[in-house]
Design a protein around this ligand. Sequence first.
Ligand code: C5P
Length: 301
Amino acid sequence: MNTLTAQAYAKINLTLDVFSKRADGYHSLASVMQAISLHDTLTISLRDEAGILFTCDGEQSAGIPNDASNLVVRAAQSVLDVAHGEMGLKIHLHKRIPSQAGLGGGSSDAAATLLGVTALTGFDIGPKTLHDLAAALGSDVPFFLTGGTAVARGRGENISPIADAPSLWLVIVKPEESVSTGWAYDQLDSVVERASHRATKRMEEALKSGDLERLIAWQSNDFELPVFAHFPRLAWLHDELRMAGALTAHLCGSGSAVYGVFAGEEAANKVGGLLQSKYPQVYVARTLSRVASNPLGEFGA
Ligand code: C5P
């Protein structure tokens, strides 16, 4: 096999509890992370000459660096480095997931690249090294090696897979505003007497008991307070989704995209269609099981 296709699925955080800032500058957190159907597509090929050739297209490709600073290139290079691989790679990224939206697009691309390059080259680097490479690329990257529904702790890199959450239909709106993750954490620190929602434990219990009502009610995100205060239009977008019939609505990760949960596919499509006339970036998506969110599909299962 000389070419492989990998799907890099986005995520939302069903809960996102942010605790204190650690000595290394990162924050301790707890989160129930959930893979969703919105995805980028990577095409990875072996080539005769050494080096990594990277190209990118798609509706969200503007502003994506195509040099060695790109997380995809760094992920591919890190596999070649640990495996002392001499071969060259050609990688094409079709970008659909908006950046600076809190949907984990860059992190998911990196994880799909780690899995794709190891599968294509046959390098058996083992799960521990794979996890370490992922964590070195970014706090969110290890989640995407696991996908489905999982609890993240530490700075986000300690992943415990849990049983697939019941399927949810989502409308995701990425407004004009963009939020950088580092900035969002700084904003949290500047909120005096901030208290975390500490919702992750409760959400884990709701998921265990299969209680759909609590799965909806206990979604929360600690970034909402500072991010909505700084970008009132995002708070309005949240309210707009609720008024359109969303069962609940929350910020995606550290923002700026906001998701609403809808009762089914029909309701999500209807509201998605209505919001498209007002916002250029509206996505109807659904949550995915661990098997369905495997970047390599049945090939990697
Ligand atoms: O790990 P990653 O490179 O994605 O993190 C981006 C930035 O977000 C970090 O430089 C840090 O400022 C912040 N961060 C944090 N605590 C975390 C994860 C990220 O403060 N748990």
